[in-house]
Every structure is written in structure tokens, then in C-alpha cells.
Design a protein around this ligand. Structure first.
Ligand code: BT5
Length: 319
């Protein structure tokens, strides 16, 4: 009911009297008022003026399942990590493409036990559950295609020059705006499910500590606030599209041409660190398996399957 009233106010774009709303939904004016109060408690800004009724100020960045408008979305106000909630629902059994979104994330995870900064209704944490019929060896490719989806969604909805830093960072003007964490539940030959977790910096005005130098947000880039539900819908649409392409058109090989133009490593001097070994050279390709190909100074081609990659700057520093 409350969302029907919300839709009515949104469609009208002007004051609507409590009487008219009550008549439309066949409820008392007190019931209308109660529903309006619930909407206000969710964060919607609704002006009420006696004799005129209610007016929706449609500027609030409210996040809920109604706003995200995706039939396989689960919204939670607060979670430790959306990836953990997604794993819980995947363990019980859920559809391909189910998405968990939250308002606050208090124990966000990066790779290898690292942390993702706390989220407090100012940015996006979301996780999608997928059941790809691929080998566990190929699962890291899901991170790469998720990168394509996020970069495209940020370009289309916010107009930023989002690029992918292999394998899992989305960067704008050299700073990280999004990180992707792919986790899976698998047996040796067979994947039960994959969870793709995506964290996007949206409305943060500044970052503290080590993130000051490294991180950016859409607000910092464009000096403008964004509505998270629009970005989330954009990411879900792009992710579903590229995932279908991945499944139906030859895996990552069929998405590689979509990936390469977005990848900022290519042609740059890089240093790759995987476990304890280090390779330096020029990044020349991301091959059909999704591996970063580095040409060393000695002329050897080394394929990097996973790990950290830093890009060398003019002054010999790596970022
Ligand atoms: C990642 O790991 O970049 C993956 C981050 C995935 C976060 C999402 S949020 C939704 C879902 N639920 C989760 O619990 N996780 C996923 P990694 O490449 O290891 O990078 C982690 C590093 O990024 C940290 O050590 C920081 O240096 C940096 N970092 C942390 N928070 C950041 C932020 N908000 N913006 C930019 N950089 C950040």
C-alpha cells in the first residue's frame, strides 16, 4: 500500500489531498497518514500542508527493494558483508542472478583477508549469486566480466571514464572507485555457486587514512550526488547482459574484445606480485583465459593468473 501511495505522489508531481488518496485506495485519511509516516521513516521527503495534502520531494536517495525494482533483489538495512548474506541464501538455494544489496555494511571484505571500508548509506555494496557451468579454474574470469559490467554502468549512468585495472579494480583518474570480490563454493570439478561482490564509492565526500591517496567516489569526481538505486539497476542490467554473453558465447574468450578497450594495464610498465614471486615488464595482453600477459625485459612472455598488479609511473613509483 505505502508504495502505491508513493507511486501516486510520484506520478502526480504535485500536492495530492489525503482525501483523494484515501478514496483511490479505499482507506481512511488516518490510514493514509500512517502510510505517509512509514514512507518518511524510510527516508522519503514528503511535505504535508493542510488543505493541500502531500507532496513528494523526489530528491532523497532512498534504497529498498521497491526502488531497485529487480525481482531477484534482497535488500537488508545492515549486514556484516553482502557476500556472506549472498552465500547464506545460495546455500539454502536461490535463483541465478539473485542480488543482495544493503544500506550499511560494517565488515566488508576485500581479497586475501583485506578490508573494504565501512558503508553507511553513502555508497554501494551488492553481491550477485551465479551458478555458471564452468570449471573452478575459470571462476576468476567472472571477476573480469563483472569489471566490464561495472565500468560500463558507471560510464553510462555517471559519465565517468571508468577503466579496469586487472584483475578486480575499477579506477577513475588513477584512483579506485570500485572493488570486486568473487568467492565460490566448489568441488574439484564442479562449481556449486559463485558470489560476485561489488563495492562502489558513490556519495562519499572524502576518504581518510590510506584511502585518501588511493580512493575516489562519483561525488569527488563529478561534484554531484547520485541515486544509488539507479546505479545498482545499471550494474545489474550490465552484469546480466555480459554474463549471458559469457555463458552462451565461449566464456571469457567471447568477452575479451569487450574487456581489452577498458583495461588500463595494457601497454604500461607493470609489476605483478603473486604469492612470493614478482614479475616486472610491460603488460601486453589479457589472453583468452583472462590471464595478464607480461613481456619481461629479457623478452619472455609470462602469463599471470592471479595476484596484485601495480602500474609504474613516470617517476618509477608503482600504484
Ligand atoms: C577488493 O579487494 O577490492 C574487493 C572489494 C569488494 C568489496 C565488496 S562490497 C560488497 C561485497 N561484500 C563484501 O564484503 N565485499 C564485496 P582488494 O583488491 O583486496 O582491495 C582491498 C583494498 O582496497 C584495501 O586493502 C584498501 O586498500 C582498498 N579499499 C578499501 N576500501 C576501499 C574503498 N571504499 N575504496 C577504494 N579502495 C578501498
Amino acid at each position: 500500500m505505502k508504495y502505491d501511495i508513493l507511486q501516486m505522489l510520484r506520478d502526480r508531481g504535485d500536492y495530492v489531498s489525503g482525501e483523494e488518496i484515501g478514496e483511490k485506495f479505499n482507506v481512511s485519511r488516518a490510514a493514509v497518514w500512517k502510510n505517509i509516516s512509514k514512507l518518511k521513516a524510510e527516508g522519503y521527503i514528503i511535505n504535508s500542508v493542510s488543505n493541500r495534502g502531500y507532496l513528494l520531494e523526489d530528491t532523497a536517495d532512498v534504497l529498498n527493494e521497491y526502488e531497485i525494482d529487480y525481482d531477484k533483489c534482497i535488500y537488508r538495512e545492515e549486514v556484516s558483508s553482502t557476500n556472506d548474506v549472498a552465500k547464506e541464501i545460495a546455500n539454502i538455494g536461490c535463483e541465478d542472478g539473485a542480488v543482495v544489496v544493503c544500506g550499511r555494511q560494517i565488515k566488508g571484505k576485500g581479497r586475501l583477508g583485506r578490508e573494504w571500508a565501512e558503508i553507511n548509506n553513502d555508497s554501494i555494496a551488492m553481491s550477485m549469486v551465479l551458478h555458471p557451468d564452468i570449471s573452478p579454474m575459470e571462476a576468476p574470469q567472472i571477476t573480469l566480466i563483472a569489471g566490464i559490467a561495472v565500468a560500463r554502468a558507471l560510464r553510462n549512468t555517471a559519465g565517468v571514464n571508468a577503466c579496469i585495472k586487472w584483475p578486480n579494480d575499477i579506477v577513475v583518474n588513477g584512483k579506485k572507485i570500485c572493488g570486486i570480490l568473487t568467492e565460490m563454493n566448489a568441488e574439484i570439478e564442479n562449481i556449486k555457486y559463485v558470489v560476485v561482490g561489488i563495492g562502489v564509492n558513490v556519495n562519499q565526500e572524502a576518504f581518510e587514512g590510506e584511502l585518501k591517496e588511493k580512493a575516489t567516489s562519483l561525488y569527488i569526481e563529478n561534484n554531484k550526488r547520485y541515486r544509488r538505486n539507479i546505479l545498482i539497476r545499471g550494474i545489474i542490467n550490465e552484469l546480466n547482459k555480459i554474463y549471458n554473453q559469457f555463458i552462451n558465447e565461449n566464456g571469457f574468450a567471447g568477452c575479451r574484445m569487450d574487456y581489452l578497450p577498458l583495461c588500463i594495464n595494457i601497454g604500461k610498465k607493470v609489476k605483478a606480485i603473486y604469492r612470493k614471486s614478482e614479475v616486472t615488464g610491460e603488460a601486453v595482453d589479457v589472453n583468452e583465459n583472462g590471464e595478464l600477459v607480461i613481456k619481461t625485459q629479457a623478452g619472455d612472455m609470462v602469463n599471470i593468473f592471479a595476484g596484485e598488479v601495480s602500474i609504474r609511473l613516470e617517476d618509477n613509483r608503482y600504484v
